[in-house]
Write a protein that binds this ligand. Structure first.
Ligand SMILES: NC(=O)c1ccc[n+]([C@@H]2O[C@H](COP(=O)([O-])OP(=O)(O)OC[C@H]3O[C@@H](n4cnc5c(N)ncnc54)[C@H](OP(=O)(O)O)[C@@H]3O)[C@@H](O)[C@H]2O)c1
Length: 248
């Protein structure tokens, strides 16, 4: 199993959802995992369960990112932290949610990479997983969240070109709906939240996504899985929408 070639992982957004599940699966496979997020208590619970090392950090703090990463010779980076505070129409999105979405969903991803990649390049060894979203691949009526995930998509593709000739793999994981705290934290309006959350269909679990990530990491070193789209069988994408003008 190629995963045994990797020793040390950094996982962002590890205090819940997909990130926690990734930490569980990687520690079970003998990887030393450094888990990053803001909620210290959640991280402490995870550390008790999995033996991971924890770093309570706000990823808006780029100096903090550099300080944490400087101490860790990571050969796996799971860029997973993200939030959906921009999961609305741009003209209605609170200004701070625009900034926060860009800060966490894009800027922090760049700074994690900027901090970790020089060591990987020097050692000529590494694996980057960027958690994007189906909303970064297909048009959705939410330009803040969707646009931020589209940035992760192009960043991931361009990284492959930058890293050509290096033994550093890059995979973008694009989930559809996953049953996590994402919508509870993203949307304040209880009616809209319930509408978006309660679809009456089976959603992916965080472990479904984590297993997909683990599968990618376990492929032989000469295999690079560029992009994975996964979504609930009962969810589909695409199609035309025709909406008459309002007030006519
Ligand atoms: N759930 C879905 O349907 C879905 C679909 C497609 C893609 N995704 C993507 O999957 C990734 C994981 O989301 P999830 O569904 O697992 O949601 P989640 O359970 O809400 O997890 C989000 C994680 O990001 C961390 N985070 C948010 N802001 C942060 C900040 N300022 N500093 C440090 N950490 C921060 C949170 O930790 P703290 O709050 O403790 O800091 C938490 O650990 C995200 O990138 C999301 O966009 C989710």
């Amino acid at each position: 199993m190629a995963l045994s070639e990797y020793k040390t992982a950094l996982v962002t957004g590890a205090s819940s959802g997909i990130g926690s599940a990734v930490v569980e699966q990687l520690t079970q496979r003998g990887v030393t995992v450094h888990a990053l997020a803001r909620r210290r208590e959640r991280l402490e619970e995870l550390a008790e369960k999995t033996g991971c090392h924890i770093h309570a950090i706000d990823l808006q703090d780029t100096d903090g990112i550099r300080a944490v990463c400087a101490e860790i010779p990571a050969d796996i980076l799971i860029n997973n932290a993200g939030h959906g505070r921009g999961f609305s129409k741009l003209y209605e999105t609170p200004l701070e949610d625009v900034d926060d979405s860009i800060d966490i969903n894009i800027r922090a991803v760049y700074h994690m990479l900027r901090a970790v990649l020089p060591g990987m390049v020097e050692r000529d060894h590494g694996y980057i997983v960027n958690v994007g979203s189906m909303t970064g691949l297909y048009s959705v009526p939410t330009s803040v969240y969707g646009g931020s995930k589209a940035a992760v998509h192009m960043l991931s593709r361009n990284l492959r070109l930058e890293l050509a000739g290096k033994r550093i793999r890059v995979t973008e994981i694009c989930p559809g709906r996953v049953a996590t705290e994402f919508y509870d934290r993203a949307i304040d309006d209880p009616v809209l939240r319930d509408t978006l959350k309660n679809t009456g269909t089976n959603e992916l679990t965080p472990h479904d996504v984590a297993s997909t990530i683990t599968h990618c990491l376990e492929t032989p070193a000469h295999v690079n899985i560029n992009l994975v789209e996964l979504q609930p069988t009962e969810q589909t994408y695409g199609g035309s929408q025709f909406t008459p003008f309002e007030n006519h």
